[in-house]
Design a protein around this ligand. Structure first.
Ligand code: GDP
Ligand code: CA
Length: 310
């Protein structure tokens, strides 16, 4: 794979591979572009869960057990909000709150989400650029058997229990890619779609005006990694969503989402028997150990991907 590389990421799954890539590539060889369809305002603050997961992971500060927030964080502020009668169903750590306070203040003073992210990631010692997909407001809406739910209501408050009928990305067609995203994708010699949820992490990025065409026209290698391993999501609702949407909850079902603008689809060793079905979709299937538990796992998968050739 040639550099520079643009990696598209959601939260936890995306951050794992982004970390692996960042251990091998120099800061001018990798740009991580992150979903902001999950962003929401809580307690007066602008919260960007996926941006923060990627930023904390690359900074080595993430809470590996929960998959979100900062390791060793405490939750006294949100407990105090409950004392005031606030229905504080969205938990935010005390140290994590500093990130949301700072972001919100910068936005209120006219900075963009890109600028706020840039300032904090640099302060945390992260050397690789992390960019929101857009500086404009895009919100994922989950249409369910209980009606239309804002993403965080579906995901956190309702614990992904409602049956998903469809997804939409409010604001996406009016949203422009962030300036850094546009520049990075114009310069890119390769694209990596991280093993993030295809429907609520990658789809919102692709829904931003012009992004799908940019990806379609990118001349370098485009590689996607399946977040579905052995018919299951390693965490989160991806497989449940696929069943509810009437899709195959397998790596082949994910590959169908990316057919037409992906050259190589990376599947796990346990899914090697799906190779031919994937190749029938018009992309090459590459088999790898895609389960990333340790840092060594993340670097190993990143190295495998960076070693792929057309
Ligand atoms: P979220 O925004 O925090 O939900 O995170 P993402 O959308 O980036 O990632 C969620 C997806 O990552 C889930 O569908 C998981 O199955 C997938 N995932 C998590 N860890 C791994 C891993 O180690 N390997 C692979 N292949 N997928 C993973
Ligand atoms: Ca997310």
């Amino acid at each position: 794979m040639e550099t520079p590389v643009v990696a598209l990421a959601g939260g936890v799954g995306g951050a794992k591979l982004a970390l692996g890539l960042s251990k091998i590539l120099a800061p001018d060889e990798l740009t991580v572009v992150v979903n902001t369809g999950d962003d929401e305002e809580f307690y007066g603050l602008h919260v960007s869960p996926d941006l923060d997961t990627v930023m904390y992971t690359l900074a080595g500060l993430s809470n590996e057990e929960t998959g979100w927030g900062l390791s060793g964080d405490t939750f006294t502020a949100v407990e105090r909000l409950k004392t005031y009668g606030v229905d504080a169903w969205f938990n935010l750590g005390d140290q994590d709150l500093a990130t949301h306070l700072r972001r919100t203040e910068m936005l209120r003073h006219g900075k963009t989400l890109s600028q706020a992210t840039e300032s904090m990631r640099a302060a945390l010692g992260v050397r690789h650029p992390i960019l929101p997909m857009s500086d404009d407001r895009v919100r994922t809406v989950v249409s369910t058997d209980e009606g239309e739910l804002p993403f965080q209501v579906y995901f956190v408050k309702r614990r992904c229990e409602p049956v998903v009928r469809s997804l939409s990305f409010d604001g996406a067609t009016e949203a422009a890619p962030s300036p850094g995203f546009r520049a990075a994708i114009e310069a890119a010699r390769a694209l990596v779609i991280c093993p993030s949820n295809p429907f609520v992490s990658v789809a919102p990025i692709l829904a931003v005006t012009g992004v799908r065409d940019f990806v379609r026209e990118l001349s370098g290698l485009r590689v996607a990694v399946s977040p579905i391993v052995g018919g299951k999501a390693l965490r989160g609702p991806a497989a449940k969503m696929m069943e509810e949407l009437g899709l195959d909850a397998t790596c082949v079902g994910v590959a169908r989402e990316y057919a037409g603008f992906c050259d190589i689809f990376v599947i796990d060793e346990v899914d090697a028997h799906h190779r031919e079905e994937i190749e029938a979709l018009g992309m090459r299937a590459e088999v790898a150990d895609t389960v990333m538990e340790t840092q060594a796992d993340k670097v190993r998968l990143a190295r495998h991907i960076l070693g792929l050739k057309e």
